[in-house]
Write a protein that binds this ligand. Structure first.
Ligand SMILES: [Zn+2]
Length: 576
């Protein structure tokens, strides 16, 4: 492709509405354009990367024995009523009626459609297993679409569904998909980790998320370098090591200390000259089952998902606003304590491990010291409620946990017989009896993977594509485009690269070198080759990798072959 013919509308400034770097760079480099809230068009350069992700997925899915199909985006409401999700799915399901007044929706996912196909066709256990996948546009009417294509309403997805005759079979299908996903994200050139997405079943988990690691990621991941344990801290909170009771029976009776204005843990502990972990925080949460006090050590934070599991209810527990705290406890925020507090009190198990603590005084401007849990106040229940922190013990091997951030790009999930039972997808087993088909589902967000790779690979000048996802692999820059000799040399190199199957972009515009460098950096093409008067006089071209600052000269005559070799090395590295 020649730059002069390329439709790549770039912008100098970040779009005002873009909150994350991938969104900013995708708009600035002319990869995408917005049509409506959460709905984007992919322009030529963006589409090239999107197609690369798709092709890698297709290749690995086929290799794993899955077969590609294409299901409709428009789905009849009837099958969603059968599965029970017509109402359960909520407002994210975009429902509408056709001219005959029949109900339809735009598919946010395809379990119902694929189950409908299989219930009509699968007769016997001999017809199983089957794994079907598609690459298709989905629609979810997100309440707050943001982050560009990362959380859009319409988005491209690869969704696969496995069908087995029993649990061991479903487990085999799950493992095959798990391995395929490892291969896919490796081949995309991404740093990623699979994490457990269901807390209840360490070791036997049948739900994993694949996270691309990036500092800007939405999800926090706890990770153990010793055993490889990884979990999403929000969705599958790590299990705190059990803390034993260590009541300090020698503690003197508790006493009040005047602490004027010391309404934060930081201020109060400094004033009392104690560590944050020797101070008990008492927090009032609003839950569906009424307000509760949550007690946790001063250096810890409450994990709302763990709390929700304990208190139950539909909505997430929320910290009560100051007015509600005052109303419920009679004490202003910052001075609440468990001594004399008359309401349900849940304590983190870490609280048990401290013999004595300081707490809020349950009276404005006062704290209490030498408070012994169990002696001076009674906890309703102890639970594992705290959020994971770097340095915590690994629940699997007692190694040390670190915290990383990531972006979820894939999810593998064992569905079991949820849909096959609800929709009557059965088969005759070897004994001639009807059994429900055991299903699994496996998704990858395709546009999201492109965006995540940018979140992981960029600098202040623009995108830094990993070779396997780069829209172009090499850009050839004739630095003095008016000079016919330079243009001819650049054009020949460009043609040679194309001839060798290298995806090259020739910047044949009559622009200053600075502008060409800037655009090449913004779009993030991995290899840059410049042809100038000076280099040509020496029979050389100047080579620079996008991710490095090093510039080196390579002989013009060998340039195409050299670049081919280096390109192949990088693709092979990703595969290995
Ligand atoms: Zn471990």
């Amino acid at each position: 492709m020649k730059f002069s013919q390329l439709f790549m509308p770039t912008l100098r400034e970040d779009p005002a509405e873009a909150e994350v770097v991938s969104h900013k760079l995708m708009v600035r480099a002319g990869l995408i354009r917005k049509l409506a809230s959460g709905i984007y068009s992919w322009l030529p350069v963006g589409l090239r990367s999107l197609r690369k992700v798709e092709n890698i997925i297709r290749d690995e899915m086929n290799r794993a024995g899955a077969q590609e199909i294409l299901m409709p985006a428009v789905q009849p409401g009837d099958i969603w009523k059968e599965s029970g999700r017509w109402t359960a799915y909520g407002k994210e399901l975009l429902r509408f009626k056709d001219r005959h007044d029949h109900e339809y929706c735009l598919g946010p996912t395809h379990e119902e459609v694929v189950t409908d196909i299989m219930r009509r066709e699968i007769r016997s256990y001999r017809d199983l297993p089957v794994n079907l996948y598609q690459i298709q546009q989905k629609f979810r009417d997100e309440i707050r679409p943001r982050f560009g294509v990362m959380r859009g309403r319409e988005f491209g997805m690869k969704d696969a569904y496995s069908f087995d005759k029993d649990d061991p079979g479903a487990e085999t299908s799950y493992r095959a998909m798990f391995q395929a996903y490892i291969n896919i994200f490796k081949r995309c050139g991404l740093r990623f980790t699979p994490v457990e997405a269901d807390s209840g079943s360490i070791g036997g988990s049948f739900s994993h998320e694949f996270m691309v690691l990036a500092e800007t990621g939405e999800d926090a991941i706890v990770h153990c370098a010793s055993c490889g344990y990884a979990a999403n801290t929000e969705k599958a909170p790590f299990v705190c090591s059990a803390q034993t009771q260590a009541q300090d029976l020698d503690a003197p009776p508790y006493s009040k200390v005047l602490t004027p204005g010391m309404h934060t843990v930081e201020k109060a502990t400094k004033f009392l000259n104690i560590e944050a972990r020797e101070m008990l925080k008492t927090m009032i949460y609003k839950t569906d089952n009424g307000p509760v006090a949550v007690l946790i050590l001063g250096d810890r934070e409450v994990n709302a998902i763990k709390l929700k599991k304990v208190v139950g209810g539909e909505s997430d527990p929320e910290l009560a606003p100051p007015s509600m705290v005052q109303e419920v406890t009679g004490v202003p925020l910052g001075f609440i304590g468990p001594v004399g507090l008359n309401m349900p009190m849940l304590a983190d198990i870490g609280v048990r491990a401290l013999g004595r603590v300081a707490t809020g005084g349950n009276e404005p401007e006062y704290h209490i010291i030498n408070v012994v849990p169990g002696r001076d106040f009674s906890v309703t229940e102890y639970h594992d409620l705290s959020a994971a922190r770097p340095g915590d013990l690994c629940p699997q091997c007692q190694g040390t946990l670190t915290i990383a951030r990531g972006i979820e790009v894939g999810h593998v999930f064992k569905l079991g017989d949820k849909y096959s039972k609800a929709m009557g997808a059965t088969f005759l087993n070897a004994e001639g009896k009807k059994d429900p088909i055991i299903m699994g589902c496996y998704g990858i967000g395709i546009g999201r993977t492109v965006a995540a790779s940018i979140e992981q690979n960029h600098d202040e000048s623009g995108i830094i594509w990993p070779m396997p996802l780069a829209p172009f692999e090499v850009t050839v820059l004739p630095l003095q485009a008016q000079d016919p000799e330079i243009m001819a040399a650049a054009e020949k190199l460009y043609q040679d690269l194309l001839g060798l199957g290298v995806e090259a972009l020739l910047d044949d515009r009559d622009e200053r070198a600075g502008i060409k460098f800037k655009d090449a950096d913004l779009v993030g093409i991995p290899f840059r080759v410049s042809v100038s008067r000076k280099s040509l006089a020496a029979g050389q071209v100047e080579f620079k990798e996008r991710r490095s600052s090093e510039v080196r000269m390579i002989p013009l005559a060998e340039a195409a072959q050299t670049l081919l070799g280096w390109r192949n090395d990088q693709l092979a590295q990703a595969k290995a």
